[in-house]
Design a binder for this molecule. Structure first.
Ligand code: GLP
Length: 261
């Protein structure tokens, strides 16, 4: 696993955006590049930077297919806090992606189990995900795979834990009661099957999750630790997030990246 430590969140976001753009650009044009995408505050800077790269003509999303990680159950796609709205407002409306290439789970599907199966089949139809971009929750959850999620899990319905509901209440007028209690989420295995996984970890409140991700033992109680098992996993973090790492760990990854670059 690579750990890229950047001074600031803006630099971390820029690093990831350039990495993603590079991956899209070197990809063969015959087959679309399949990109897994997250929501939340962590990717906002990445989306801003990718939009800038698109406007500067440095990347195009014309041959990119996207799969979002998750969606709340019970929110209409036009609801201001649905992940459909988030992705449209913060990314898709500002780039040249083809609408038919956007995939987000349907949280209003009549048969949600069927919707989960369909989502996995759709990913498989494109030959799997080339690069899954993600964030992490304070408790180490990835997508909505809360602590205790099976590492073999695929797209399914998950009940959100109270800490996640509380953390996400900031998008619902600080009212936890308004946060949906269930979501459709890709599974841990869905993420692990991607050819590459890049996770943004920023800010003090993610310091413990980062420490577990890098120094902790692989455990379903910290789903992010599964990244240690991925052949091409990258965590990009800012200085604020490293406060729980041992000094030796911090120096080790800084040194390695100095040699890589
Ligand atoms: C939600 C999302 C995750 C995201 C996490 C952290 O639970 N389902 O995909 O990584 O929140 O969000 P933030 O980046 O806002 O801290």
């Amino acid at each position: 696993m690579r750990l890229i430590i950047q001074d600031t969140y803006a630099q971390a976001a820029s690093w990831i955006a350039q990495y993603v753009a590079h991956r899209i650009n070197v990809h063969t044009k015959e087959k679309p590049f399949v990109l897994g995408l997250p929501t939340g505050s962590s990717p906002l800077g990445i989306y801003k930077e990718l939009i800038c790269l698109y406007r500067e003509g440095k990347v195009s999303f014309n041959n990119v297919v996207t799969f979002n990680m998750d969606e709340y159950i019970g929110l209409h796609s036009s609801h201001p806090q649905s992940y459909h709205t988030f992705m449209h407002d913060n990314f898709f409306s500002s780039i040249d992606i083809r609408p038919e290439n956007i995939n987000i789970p349907n949280g209003l599907a009549e048969d949600v189990s069927e919707e989960c199966l369909r989502y996995e089949e759709q990913i498989a139809k494109y030959g799997g995900i080339d690069l899954f971009l993600g964030g992490v929750g304070e408790d180490g959850h990835i997508a909505f795979n809360e602590p205790g999620s099976s590492f073999q899990s695929v797209t399914r319905v998950k009940t959100l834990t109270q800490p996640t509901v509380n953390a996400n209440a900031r998008f619902f007028d600080d009212k936890p009661g308004l946060v949906p209690k269930k979501a459709i989420t890709v599974g841990v295995a869905t993420i692990m099957q991607a050819s590459e996984v890049v996770i943004m970890v920023n800010g003090h409140r993610k310091a413990r999750a980062l420490q577990q991700a890098v120094e902790g033992a692989v455990s379903h109680m910290w789903p992010i630790t599964v990244l240690q098992m991925h052949p091409k996993g990258i965590i990009v973090c800012d200085e604020e997030a490293v406060s729980e790492l041992r000094v030796g760990t911090y120096k080790y990854f800084k040194d390695i990246e100095r040699v890589v670059n």
